[in-house]
Design a protein around this ligand. Structure first.
Ligand code: URA
Length: 191
């Protein structure tokens, strides 16, 4: 029987040659996910940008620097202590939003990652991850500030803004993110 880390590595190998949608044509590489295979908390972003596509690692640009800061300041952890992935594993051209067909094609990879890591808490960063995993059309401004359940067995899901929104939106958005990260920390500690 394979362990979760081995299974996650096998899944990443399989994803590396995925051609389930048109994003395969423009990518440098698949940006599968990074971090601890047995993490208590998983962060789910939107899609890789240019830096991520180059390096093959999620959240290495400016949004990633803010994510790292919030992890340290609000959860007291480093990125290697958590698991980080995206809704869509390949960079959309010109950083456009991922399309519904691309999200649908990529969805099984994320579902499988969440099953294998089996975290107590999932934090969705922004509209795309929050809407997908909560199966809702409601936007992140309304969704955030509460915790939800995802999957079976049910896990906690804490929706918050995407770090890019905090970089654009300033102090209010950042304060809300800090509060959401604190909620995730408390849920992690209680589980
Ligand atoms: N934004 C995302 O949603 N994911 C990344 O990996 C980088 C930026």
């Amino acid at each position: 029987m394979t362990t979760a880390p081995e299974s996650l590595a096998l899944l990443a190998d399989e994803a590396a040659s995925c051609t389930a949608c048109g994003l395969a044509e423009g990518r440098t590489q698949v940006v599968f996910g990074t971090g601890a295979p047995d993490a208590d908390v998983v962060f789910v972003g939107e899609a890789p940008g240019a830096r991520e596509d180059e390096q093959g690692v999620p959240f290495v640009g400016r949004s990633g620097q803010l994510l790292d800061r919030l992890l340290a300041e609000e959860l007291g952890v480093e990125r290697s202590d958590v698991y980080i992935a995206n809704v869509v594993k390949c960079r959309p051209p010109d950083n456009r939003d991922p399309r519904p067909d691309e999200i649908a094609a990529c969805r099984p990879w994320l579902a499988h990652q969440l099953d294998l890591v089996d975290p107590a808490v999932i934090v969705t960063l922004g509209n795309f991850a929050s809407r997908l995993l909560l199966d809702t059309a409601t936007g992140i401004t309304k969704l955030r500030g509460a915790d939800y359940r995802y999957g079976n067995p049910p896990r906690h899901l804490v929706p918050t803004f995407h770090p890019a929104a905090a970089l654009r939106g300033g102090a209010g958005v950042l304060a809300d993110m800090r509060s959401d990260f604190g909620r995730a920390r408390n849920l992690m500690m209680a589980s």
